[in-house]
Design a protein around this ligand. Sequence first.
Ligand code: SAM
Length: 311
Amino acid sequence: MPPKKKKVPFPRYVRINTLVATADDVHNQLAEKGWILYSYKKESVTYDDYLDLVENLEGSTYMEDYHIPELLVFPPNTPFWNSELYKENAIVLMDKASCLPVFLASIKPGYNIIDGCAAPGNKTSYMAATINNTGSITALDNNPERFKTLNKLVQQRGATCVSTLLEDFTKLNPDQYPDVRCIFLDPTCTGSGVGFHQDKISEQRVRNLASFQSMVLKHALSFPSVKKVIYSTCSVMVEENEEVVKKALDMYQHQFKLADIKKRLPGWKNFGCEDYSFSKKVCKTNPDVDKCQGFFVAKFVRKEKSTCSED
Ligand code: SAM
């Protein structure tokens, strides 16, 4: 039997919360604490080279992520819980995979957004930072305990453009949101990408989740004004990802198509299951390669007659 490959822990990812601090503030404070930024030039370093650098990151050295400008990469298990930056909410501990839906959405200041499954609010607060608190975000969750956390977190992170609703997203009346431009859906899933072992998840649970996920996605696509719908899960199972996307496309392909997200991910090699015609248009992280958790993202964009694209 070949020797088992030692599992290397993921790096520690830190998102700069630009609603509280600038990137310069954060880099300066890190330098004061002895951290050294390892600068590399994207033009001369490929994504593969970058992954090697991440694998060898150690000591007091950190880097910027290859794709997401506001994301910093530290050696695995770097503790930040007691740092001033963390306590002041100038940084948020958030895995790269979890940042991808917001990064890939290309949302802009002034957008009206619905986050349909929002708690605890990591992506909601990242969205607010991306649009610099201009425009609006309606963030829903139907779980009262998680809703409390959502409110707390949104407030602590300075996300003032967010209004929260303790409500079931599927009960939201699309006609009451005539200006919504973008909907994010990050529904409950098996969590098979973040350590829940697939062989311990019952087939019935997967079926129930997949049917709920299909329902929320189809509901989002029914909003008359929506131009983009971002569907994500922290599952790596086809039933919760590619199958859900396929069913939604079967129903809505006259109105929506999948955006080409490769453009925002230079060097990226991991996409959907090749059994699906759209496999190269959806992103599925491979934890062993991409050094982040298992995640899936699909971005639906409304087909427009004009040349103005929402991609
Ligand atoms: N997007 C969140 C973040 O980045 O912090 C994580 C979302 S978590 C994976 C899924 C959330 O969806 C849970 O908080 C759950 O309570 C909520 N949820 C499940 N069904 C829902 C529904 N029908 N309407 C609204 N929220 C729902």
